[in-house]
Design a protein around this ligand. Sequence first.
Ligand SMILES: [Fe+2]
Length: 386
Amino acid sequence: MAEFLIPPHVILGSNGFKEAYGYLKSYGDRALIVTGPHVGKSPMVMALKKALEEFEIAYYVFDETSGEPTDEMVVKGVEAYKKSNSRFIIGIGGGSPLDLAKAIALMAVQKEGVGIADFCGKEIVCDIPKIVAIPTTSGTGSEATKFSVITDTKKDIKMLLKGNCLIPHLAIIDYENTMDMPKSVTAATGLDALTHAIEAYTSKKATELTDVYGLSAVKRIMKYLPKAYKNGNDGQARKEMAIGAFEAGVCINNSSVTIVHGMSRPIGALFHIPHGKSNAMLLGECLNFALEGTYERFGNLARACGLAGEKEDDKKASEIFIKAVEEVLEICEIPTLRQCGIEKEKFVELIPKMTKDALDSGSPSNTRKEVKKEDCEKIYCNLIAK
Ligand SMILES: [Fe+2]
């Protein structure tokens, strides 16, 4: 038996705030808006505030999400939630404020002495305030998932929090909110979404239902990410990417990520490379590793994208697919670790810790091909050699 979970309510398209009236009113009369300092001043947050005022819902803005969310930000956010007497939480922005909104909702109802690290690695079952997720990037799919990734600042690790209660009650997906994304963010977040879709489709946990979303997401993102990257004003490309990122989020919510995410989180935690960027750096290497024994699945992806037909066997079609992914990576101009200023000696020194943290996360074990310690070490070595 395989459970399939998606957010109970999704509003897709423009005018989302107006459509959300009934839901928001039912969540309570005070909301905590969790966002970042930049998005916090943007026209979309202004529009959200205006809508809340019209709905007679009071709000308090917590805009202290800077970079990837940490346990320290969660503590401050919970203080803001309690001080403002909020009843529900609206996360608006990229994956970071959305993940932070989930963690704040979880911690807002805990007893004193309970820390967020206490939930790491456990299936969280808890009655928490309702979460509304409004993405302004097309990448993390956090609006569709039961996951929140929070950095433990003492241990320098990214904690993966998971539980059905963390699935947003309402997701508002309006591609117009993504039109202002700069090129580098379009690339990193779009490649994160592509990574989700490929990993979930080729994961050991894939099911017939996740396959539907996975094939659709990969097809959409492979076609429209290069267009969105080349021309940020391409409304259709932005719209398709917003849908693709959501579909990919639904996928990982039900069939998990695999080796790329497993190996990417330690790079993010130790070297502060944004999540989408470190995934993109790993994607080519990891897919070439995972290919063996997964030819049928990768072949299906090639055929879904129209890159191969019936005359190519699965192995040939798989190779065509990986090549096409590498071309998308090239178009998106993802820098190497060294171009990001990472020192080779420091990186090599931390490979044992990163390998351990990657394997301990459990994600690599969802890969159809067995991932050993030596495999991770080799991939990390190849990455810093570029
Ligand atoms: Fe991701």
